[in-house]
Write a protein that binds this ligand. Structure first.
Ligand SMILES: *[C@@H]1O[C@H](CO)[C@@H](O)[C@H](O)[C@H]1NC(C)=O
Ligand SMILES: *[C@@H]1O[C@H](CO)[C@@H](O)[C@H](O)[C@H]1NC(C)=O
Ligand SMILES: *[C@@H]1O[C@H](CO)[C@@H](O)[C@H](O)[C@H]1NC(C)=O
Length: 171
């Protein structure tokens, strides 16, 4: 019969301390402010309607897929910090609200390669809208939070939407 060690082995002790330390890892709060530039017309369109089977006046059921630029400011020539890749579908029989599912893919600086997953409802074209951040990758693993947005510019070719994203994460 093997005798029981009277003290935990160094490797078990290390594992235990590691589990404690990862259990109380500091939660960080990050605020991101940026502008979403969506071009819906012209040769440089970043958003397309891929399904529109409800041919009457309603937009119900339309599906939009987009790969929009995320920039530092509302100026279309400001620094590119990422892309908003996802879809929106008109999901109300009575108004213009839509369900959106978007990956915010960051490509600049420290956040390069990290993503946030945004899910929720937009009321229409202008906002303000309040949506969930349901997760993330890279520095944003285990992220939870919310994204507030409002449209600051509507032109013949598209929309510019200001975003304030607040997330809690651990990395
Ligand atoms: C769409 O319009 C057509 C022609 O007016 C009509 O026959 C049809 O019922 C409408 N469909 C829906 C879903 O409203
Ligand atoms: C972001 O990361 C990719 C892949 O590692 C790299 O190719 C690219 O140069 C990086 N961009 C910036 C701005 O650091
Ligand atoms: C909206 O954006 C367009 C294109 O950049 C610009 O010409 C126009 O002045 C902007 N309008 C407002 C109200 O900011």
């Amino acid at each position: 019969m093997a005798s029981r060690p009277s003290n935990p082995s160094p490797s078990l002790l290390f594992l235990f301390l590691f589990m404690i330390s990862s259990g109380i890892a500091a939660q960080k709060t990050t605020h991101l402010h940026f502008y979403f530039h969506e071009t819906v017309r012209g040769p440089d369109a970043t958003s397309i309607v891929v399904a529109s089977l409800h041919k009457n006046s309603s937009t119900f059921g339309d599906i939009h897929v987009f790969d929009n630029a995320l920039r530092e400011s509302a100026d279309p020539s400001s620094k590119l910090i990422g892309r908003a890749q996802g879809l929106a579908t008109s999901s109300s029989l009575t108004d213009l609200s839509a369900l959106t599912a978007i990956n915010l893919v960051f490509t600049a600086g420290e956040l390069n390669g990290s993503t946030l997953s945004l899910f929720g409802r937009v009321e229409g074209v202008t906002g303000p809208d309040d949506r969930s951040i349901v997760g993330g990758s890279g520095l944003f693993r285990l992220a939870r939070g919310f994204a507030l947005s409002r449209t600051v510019n509507i032109s013949s070719t598209g929309y510019i939407v200001e975003f304030d994203v607040h997330v809690k994460h651990y990395y």
